[in-house]
Design a protein around this ligand. Structure first.
Ligand code: RIB
Ligand code: CA
Length: 318
């Protein structure tokens, strides 16, 4: 059931084709109030994910939301980007040469801190990239914890991975940061591949984006067309899964995503499994069931929600 009042949210992201749709959903749906955007290195280097976030927000008509660049590498180890999936720019496909706002002259973690402590009510943190910024925020500024309503992150999986056989990209990129978040004690929702792989941008969806007749609709169609090509080539998918907007949709309308409470651990030391999310769905470990793990998605309702937001953010006639 949708709430009447908009939830204040911060999105931490690594645009990224599906991050772009997450930003557009937040821009176009009245169910969330976007306080700010922090960017993180992941799909591409930090300079590129930051530039991409600015471009998408400009295209979505968002001019009053601060964007700040966060961490340019994981807490431990080196960054490995996903150029094979998102291209050299991180948003290959459309021509995104649009005037953009200035990036905030503050670190992304500091922007999150300021927005949380300054908010009139607890803020929901939506993370759609590696959890480096969120992990660092919780470590450097534990005073923000009372001001965080929930962390909703796209990452992990209750079954197989996509970057390693058992590791999903966001978690594999920074397992230590994910471990900090999962041990934080904050209410946490995990949106894993086991659910996101059900939200496929089919040719019908792409045609519907294009049919909106707006520059934003056309960009979404071109982003998904490019994404379809890389997912077909790398994973043999007929259509690309849009992982990240599901994390936003879960905040807008929690009824869209069915969750179960379960213990979730991140493997930090496994030779072949580092970055795997170990989800104890049957209570075999006796550990606290501290994470709300997504196990179901109202797929058609999700696409209606996203399409409506692209229509609204892009200024399409109703
Ligand atoms: O594994 C999918 C996730 O990794 C998505 O958030 C995608 O954008 C990449 O960041
Ligand atoms: Ca992402």
């Amino acid at each position: 059931m949708r709430r009447s009042a908009a939830r204040p949210v911060i999105i931490d992201c690594d645009p990224g084709h599906d991050d772009a749709l997450a930003l557009v959903l937040a821009a176009g749906d009245p169910g969330v109030r976007l306080l700010g955007v922090s960017t993180v290195a992941g799909n591409q280097t930090l300079d590129k994910t930051t530039r991409n976030a600015l471009r998408i927000l400009a295209l979505a008509g968002v001019t009053d939301v601060p964007v700040a660049a966060g961490c340019d590498r994981p807490l431990v180890g080196e960054l490995t980007v996903a150029a094979d999936i998102h291209g050299a720019s991180g948003l290959d496909g459309p021509d995104l040469d649009v005037p953009v706002a200035e990036v905030a002259d503050v670190h992304g973690v500091e922007l999150m801190r300021r927005l949380i402590v300054g908010a009139a009510e607890p803020v929901t943190l939506i993370a759609t990239g590696p959890l480096t910024n969120v992990g660092l925020l919780l470590r450097r500024h534990p005073e923000v914890v009372p001001g965080v309503r929930r962390v909703v992150f796209m990452g992990g999986s209750t079954d197989r991975g996509n970057t390693t056989p058992y590791g999903e990209f966001n978690i594999v990129t920074d397992p230590e940061a994910a471990d900090i978040v999962l041990r934080s004690g904050l209410p946490t929702t995990m949106i894993g591949l086991n659910v996101t792989h059900r939200a496929l941008a089919t040719t019908e969806i792409i045609a519907e984006f294009r049919g909106l007749g707006t520059p934003l609709g056309a960009v979404c169609a071109e982003l998904m067309t490019y994404f379809a090509g890389t997912y077909r080539r790398v994973f043999g998918f007929a259509h690309p899964p849009v992982h990240d907007p599901i994390a936003v949709a879960a905040v807008i309308d929690p009824a869209l995503v069915r969750t179960v409470a379960a213990p979730v651990a991140v493997e930090l030391a496994g030779t072949y499994t580092r970055g795997a999310t170990v989800v104890d769905l049957h209570g075999r470990t006796g550990r606290e069931a501290a994470v709300d793990v997504a196990v179901g998605l109202e797929v058609d309702a999700f696409w209606r929600l996203l399409m409506a937001a692209v229509r609204t953010a892009g200024g399409a006639a109703r």
